[in-house]
Design a protein around this ligand. Sequence first.
Ligand code: IPM
Ligand code: MG
Length: 359
Amino acid sequence: MKSFNIALLGGDGTGPDVVAEGVKVLDAVGKKFDIDFQYEKALIGGCAYDEFHNPLPEVTINIAKASDAVFLGAVGDWKYDTLPPEVRPERALLGIRKALNLFANLRPARVFEELVSSSPLKPELVSGVDIMIIRELTGDVYFGCPKGVESKNGKKIGFNNMIYTEDEVRRIAHVAFRTAMKRSKKLCSVDKANVLDVSRLWREIVIDVSKEYPDVELSHMYVDNAAMQLIRAPKQFDTIVTGNIFGDILSDEASMLPGSLGLLPSASLSDSSLGMYEPIHGSAPDLKGKNTVNPIATILSASMMLKYSFGMDDASAEIENAVKSVLKSGYRTPDIYVDGMQKVGTVQMGDLIAEQVLK
Ligand code: IPM
Ligand code: MG
C-alpha cells in the first residue's frame, strides 16, 4: 500500500475547520485508491505564537520538511494585530515559503458553470473562465533588502527593495511555460517594464526562456492594464506569470471572477515534489467554529496536492468531479447561496464531497 505523510498546519481562525474537511476528503480518496495518508499536526501563526512566542517554530519547519506535502489552513487573527511585525502570524507564512523554497505559487481561478450566478460580474463575462496565475513567491519586495524605516534629517523614510535575480526569473518562467504547455499554450507575462528596471530584466529573461518553448504563444502586459483586462475580458487569459507583489494583488482580483474567495485553492511548489497546499482565503476568525465557511477551496487544494506532489492525477480529478457534482445537486454554503438552493454548513459540505468521492 502506498503511503504519504502530510503535515497538517491548521493555523488560526477557521483554518483548522476547513483543513478538517480537506482531511475527510483525502481519507475518502485513500479508501478508494488504497492509499495510506498519515497526518502530523503542527502549529503555525498566532496559535504557535501563543505556545512558543514564535509564529513559525523550528519544530513546525522540521515537520513540514520531513513531510511529503504540507496542508495549510490560514493564519492570522485580529488579536495579534498589535504584535511587533517580526512575530505577526503573516510572517510565518512568508517564513515557511522561504524555508521550504516554495518559489512557484499556482493560483487557478476557474468558474464552475454551476456557480456562474454567484459571480458579481455578468454571466456572459465569466462563464467559461479558466485562468492559472503563476506567482513567484520567494522574491520581490516581499524579501528584498535593504528594507526598513529610518530617520533622515528628523523625517522618517520607509523603504523596500523590489529585486529579482536572473535565476529567480528563469526558474519561475520555466514553471510557467511548462504549465502553459499542459493547458492551452498561451502565456501572458505581467510586469511594469515601462517604469521599473527590475521588470525590464523580468521581461528580457522571460523572452529568453520562451525560446525553449516555441509552441507557447507568449504575450506581455503591464500590470495596471492586466488588472483592468481581468475584469473587462477575463476569457482572454489562460496562464499568467508574474512577480510576487503583482501576483498577490492580481490573484485576489481574479478570485472574484468565480464569485467567492471560498472556492479558490492554491499550490506552492519547490524544485522537489514537496509542496504546500492552502486555500487562498484568510482565517476569518469571526466565523471560527460557526460551521458556515466554505471548505471547497481547501478541498480543491487537497486535489492539487494529489496532482502536484503525489502524481495522482486520477484521484485529483475525482475530487474536482465530486465538488462539481455536489454543486450540481444544489448544495451551497452561505457564501455562494442563491435562492432555491439547499443551504449547508462547512461540515455537511465536506461530508457530501467525501461521500461523492466514494460513490
Ligand atoms: C497571500 C497573502 C499573504 C501574501 C499575506 C497574508 C502575507 O495575502 O498569500 O496572498 O501577501 O502573500
Ligand atoms: Mg494575498
